[in-house]
Design a protein around this ligand. Sequence first.
Ligand code: MRU
Length: 344
Amino acid sequence: MSSFNTIEWKDNRVVMIDQTKLPREETYVECRTYEDVADAIRRMVIRGAPAIGVAAGMGIALGAVNVPADDRAGFVSEVKRISGVILGTRPTAVNLSWAVKRMLRVLEEGEGGVDELKAILVKEARDILDEDIETCRNIGKAGAGLIRDNSAVLTHCNAGALATGGYGTALGVIRAAVEGGKNIKVIATETRPFLQGARLTAWELDRDGIPVTLITDNMAGYIMSKGMVSAVVVGADRIAANGDAANKIGTYTLSVLAKTHNIPFYVAAPLSTIDFDCPGGDSIPIEERDSREVTHINGTSIAPEVNVYNPAFDITPNENISAIITEKGVVEKPLAVNLSKLRG
Ligand code: MRU
């Protein structure tokens, strides 16, 4: 396990490590209302698909705990409204809507009055967190065998403990390989513009004593061409039914480079990231974020006032993915056929 808590439920508050401040400061944000949680998701105080799912569940639970209504119908309608606000925070990671649906299901099916429903919602949110940590461990176990001893694994963005309830998906695979005694070096891309690789992946691996080398995004092709990368492992924000995967902007570029250099390219993600209602990558909504993420670093302007385009994610087509690592095992090609066998 990692030596910090990404998110936890504490005395009817949601406490999360502030990922906008890492690695300079390790501080924690205490959310007292569902609006605080919604704001934290939008500002990326908490980010990463599974972690956003956990935050969504806890945001709804927090909102529910604070609803003053004492009649069931009034309570249910207010919690549904709160869920709509949480749902609207970020569009790409499907784990968010997955968690909202899960919370709404227990809201509809839960028995008893308002107090019982509040307790049921808090338990469900905490279960989402606990299950996510277990899921990541199982992703790690499933994928560790794909990683060779004495190898260098490139990862993009942050798909680690910070992006999940704990342990991580892509970094979970790496952690499990290291725990199994393998000598693994990680190459982390800095991941412009939000710098999740430089600020977060480098921080959490270094803190856990896993050797990490940081590169800028535009160095990946060169080091692949020099035979310095044995495998690429990334996370995902949404995987379509045909295996196309949305992940942090730049992932597609890495997949093309990996294919050119015959390097295996793995996507590690929980089943909650698979959107079977989405036929292919073209149907996945891509979030566009504020231009200041591109034009400024730590509040300092690095560019003139010109037009900026800032898509936060891209789509890696299924043909560029060697396999998808889930908590139920490694999904091999053909991805569409083999993913459909996992549909619950
Ligand atoms: O914008 P972010 O930081 O939320 O994007 C995160 C990613 O793209 C991660 O790679 C993805 O969510 C997988 S996290 C296990």
